[in-house]
Design a protein around this ligand. Structure first.
Ligand SMILES: [Zn+2]
Length: 339
């Protein structure tokens, strides 16, 4: 570490749990943040400031005005431009720490790309909002022996748990099946900024302990409700020897060939997971202009027609707003991009 690094990270180096050796380890480490919304944008900023050497941010979504009250990295101009979160975050983080390589990847994490995107991570932080993605992260991480940190927040309530493959329970030991029934989401139940920051902070603290090797990570489940003012911790559950991931090593999420469209219920929108159809956004803009309102940049195109708004990405993926019916969404997609 050079003199500038020693000065920059001096207060972290003074902290006995990290020290100069821990800081060197951080500077040489690679963290992957999956989902760059409320939790993920906090993770990314905290890790970049802490000096993590390489950070990959993966997010499939774009910035909207309703994100700004809790998604610390984004500004009004990002929402006005409809920038992908991964791109907006990468830009801002370069200004925070110009020596930390930050790579924003605009993509939906799937079985097809998970090993490309998560390979080589020293730790994976969960900033997603759905169990499909979390099972995918869990199965990949457990299969590779990579630690990952589960986090979730909605309303004023949140939960955090670190998964150390082979040592602590994995997500499938705790939740063999996704929770049944309609679950509250930030789009239906709302969310306040402080719970996001609190849960994300617990995740980042565990990530720093893992990357520096300087502290105990125990896999305990922490839950908190900041409105009720309650914090609870339960001991780590035992590993399930019959768990399909960490017990039987079958990793079902890694074998799902093609995902069906994901319905983003609370937002009245459906995502079409088309990825075989590379789209030239400039050409598409020209084609759609006579049909409705179009805005495009090199990363994303937004098109409004009738009661629908489509957001289209260069790999052919699209989010159709204005319906929660996958069939209708497929029809709208096919109407404007072909089937
Ligand atoms: Zn397990």
């Amino acid at each position: 570490m050079d003199a500038a690094g020693r000065e920059r990270y001096s207060r972290q180096i003074l902290f006995p749990g990290i020290g100069e050796r821990g800081q060197e380890a951080l500077l040489a480490s690679h963290a992957v943040v999956v989902g760059c919304g409320a939790l993920g944008s906090f993770h990314a900023a905290a890790l970049v400031r802490a000096g993590v050497g390489r950070i990959t941010l993966i997010d499939r979504d774009f910035v909207e005005p309703s994100n700004l009250h809790r998604q610390w990295l984004f500004e009004e101009s990002d929402a006005a431009e409809g920038l992908p979160k991964a791109i907006a975050a990468e830009r801002r983080l370069r200004a925070v720490n110009s020596s930390a390589p930050v790579r924003g990847v605009v993509a939906d994490l799937t079985a097809a790309n998970v090993s490309d995107l998560l390979d080589g991570a020293g730790v994976i932080l969960d900033g997603t909002d759905n169990f499909d993605a979390r099972y995918l992260i869990n199965d990949f991480a457990v299969s590779q022996g990579t630690p990952w940190i589960y986090g979730a927040a909605v309303g004023s309530y949140g939960l955090e748990m670190a998964v150390l493959p082979g040592r602590t329970a994995c997500l499938r030991c705790v939740y063999p099946e996704p929770p049944s029934g309609v679950q509250p989401t930030c789009d239906t139940a709302g969310v306040i900024g402080p719970i996001v920051a609190a849960i994300a902070s617990l995740q980042v603290a565990d990530a720093l302990k893992i990357l520096t090797g300087g502290g105990p990570v125990c896999g305990r489940i922490t839950t908190m409700d900041l409105w009720a003012g309650t914090v609870r911790q339960v001991d780590p559950p035992d590993r399930d020897q019959d768990c399909v991931a960490c017990g039987r090593r079958e990793f079902p999420a890694l074998n799902e060939s093609r995902r069906t469209p994901v319905t983003l219920c609370g937002r009245n929108s459906v995502q079409i997971h088309e990825r075989e159809r590379a789209v030239d956004l400039t050409e598409l803009k020209t084609r759609l202009e006579p049909l409705g309102e179009v805005r495009a940049n090199e990363f994303v195109l937004r098109f409004r027609a009738d009661q629908y708004e489509m957001t289209i990405f260069p790999d052919g993926r699209a989010i159709v707003k204005g319906t929660s019916d996958p069939g209708v969404a497929r029809g709208v997609y096919a109407r404007y991009l072909g089937s």
